[in-house]
Ligand binder design. Structure first.
Ligand code: MN
Length: 202
């Protein structure tokens, strides 16, 4: 049984140049994300959890084996991540999302600082997140392929923006300079999609 499939990127591999290079996108999507999909299908094959959605699995993450946690998170997080970037992205959010960011963090610049810091200070591999919980926005980070939908997360809620801080996401172009990768991430954020995710939660 092969339940989950790798979807196509919503843009070409070189579309996020010069901020994320073509080779990184080819390997990240075609090899790393594909491996999460394949290993998730293997981990679920023949189990009861194979009938459940990833959201249902995440809500009871603690009862599932590590292979489901790591590869289920890996598939979900990357599927979301690709949609949160676009060529000619960046700028600033507007409307209700901008209001919610200002209300939670004081200003857009302050939000950017806190979000980048969450990514920078995540030791080893993981993600930084902008999370909605009961109408309030929060910043968090998770280790490995965990995410805020999981019952085991420190900060639980709905992720509306996330950035991958695994070395495989930036090492070819930025080497050890994670801060520079995070600074450049702002040039490709798809704020329309972040706002779309936020509006669906209301
Ligand atoms: Mn990744």
């Amino acid at each position: 049984m092969s339940k989950f499939v790798l979807s196509q990127l919503p843009y070409s591999h070189d579309a996020l140049e010069p901020f994320i290079d073509k080779q990184t996108m080819e390997i990240h999507h075609g090899k790393h994300h594909q491996a999460y999909v394949d290993n998730l299908n293997k981990a679920l094959d023949g189990t009861e959890a194979a009938e459940k959605s990833l959201e249902e699995i995440f809500a009871n993450m603690s009862i599932h084996p590590a292979s489901v946690r790591n590869n289920g998170g890996g598939h979900y997080n990357h599927s979301l991540f690709w949609t949160l970037m676009k060529p000619n992205g960046g700028g600033q959010p507007t409307g209700k999302l901008a209001d919610a960011i200002n209300s939670a963090f004081g200003s857009f610049d302050e939000f950017k600082k806190l979000f980048a810091n969450a990514g920078l200070t995540r030791f080893g591999s993981g993600w930084a997140w902008l999370v909605e919980s009961n109408g309030i926005l929060k910043i968090s980070s998770t280790p490995n392929q965990d995410n805020p939908l999981m019952d085991i997360a420190d900060v639980k809620g709905n992720p509306i923006l996330g950035v991958d801080v695994w070395e495989h996401a930036y090492y070819l172009k930025y080497q050890n300079r994670r801060a520079e990768y995070l600074e450049n991430f702002w040039n490709i954020v798809n704020w329309d999609e972040v706002a779309n995710l936020f509006s669906k939660l209301k």
